[in-house]
Design a protein around this ligand. Structure first.
Ligand code: PXP
Length: 259
């Protein structure tokens, strides 16, 4: 994805949960590709989709359709498995985000354990990078994981914002503030190692601003809340509102005109 100004934060809209609703009835509606087109028109800088091993939401034909027709870059989220690597190499999406995956989890609960699996992951991402995919690693805001991501040669890390968002919604405000501080410090640390910094998971209108304000941040990937809000206000409006909040937080943090 390319930003128009260096300080603008790109917004990737995750459309997995359009597919979740579609799959609840087993038919073709609502179509994730149509959602992607609405997102493009509403100003999304990219579309994010996670092809899970169990295909519980996004399916192989969804990825084929997205890869073939999107105008904005596709960020393909996947587990570090041979099957997913082959699919990524077939479509060569703009970006590949490597995520941990457990079948029993409801969503991607934690970040990837990079430090414990460095050798394998370095070999795993090399062909993806050679094919031209920008490889991002989804990790907790943890110094060890960030250092390991840099060592395996990933150009991008996406910091998991789930713990920060959970603390906010459970009213644990001291924990929330501590999580936010950790994210802020680790964003600066990752940037200092030459990594591009992205963030995502669980972000909402209420929680996105402070994260968008991190000066090093280049991209946010947001799905569940946007799709949920779309029930009330429409997808176009939900995305535009998210964009406005991100830009306002950026302007406030970095000075007028930054966004
Ligand atoms: N980034 C990554 C790497 C993810 O796995 C997810 C969830 O699929 C998201 C961002 C978006 O999270 P949410 O749907 O909670 O906004």
């Amino acid at each position: 994805m390319s930003g128009s100004a260096p300080t603008r934060v790109r917004l990737g809209v995750n459309i997995d949960h359009v597919a979740t609703i579609r799959n609840a009835r087993g038919g073709a509606h609502p179509d994730p590709l149509r959602a992607a087109r609405v997102a493009e028109a509403a100003g999304a800088d990219g579309i994010t989709a996670h092809l899970r091993e169990d295909r519980r939401h996004i399916t192989d034909p969804d990825i084929e359709a997205l890869a073939a027709t999107l105008k904005v870059p596709l960020n393909f989220e996947m587990a570090a498995t041979a099957e997913m690597q082959a699919i990524a190499l077939r479509h060569v999406p703009h970006a590949v985000c490597i995520v941990p995956e457990k079948r029993e989890e409801r969503t991607t609960e934690g970040g990837l354990e990079v430090a414990a699996d460095e050798n394998r992951l370095a070999h795993f991402i090399a062909p993806l990078a050679e094919a031209g995919c920008r490889v991002s690693i989804f990790i907790a805001a943890d110094r060890r994981q960030i250092e390991a991501a840099a060592r395996i040669g990933a150009p991008v890390v996406e910091l998991h914002t789930g713990a920060y968002c959970d603390a906010h919604f459970e009213g644990r405000f001291a924990d929330r503030d501590a999580e936010l501080e950790r994210l802020r410090e680790m964003s600066a640390f990752a940037h200092s190692l030459g990594l591009e910094v992205h963030a995502g998971h669980g972000l909402t209108f209420d929680t996105v601003g402070p994260v968008a304000a991190f000066p090093e941040l280049r991209e946010l990937n947001i799905g569940h809340y946007i799709i949920g809000e779309a029930i009330f206000s429409g997808l176009d409006s939900a995305i535009r509102r998210m964009r406005e909040i991100i830009d306002a937080a950026r302007r406030e943090a970095l000075g007028e005109g930054a966004a």
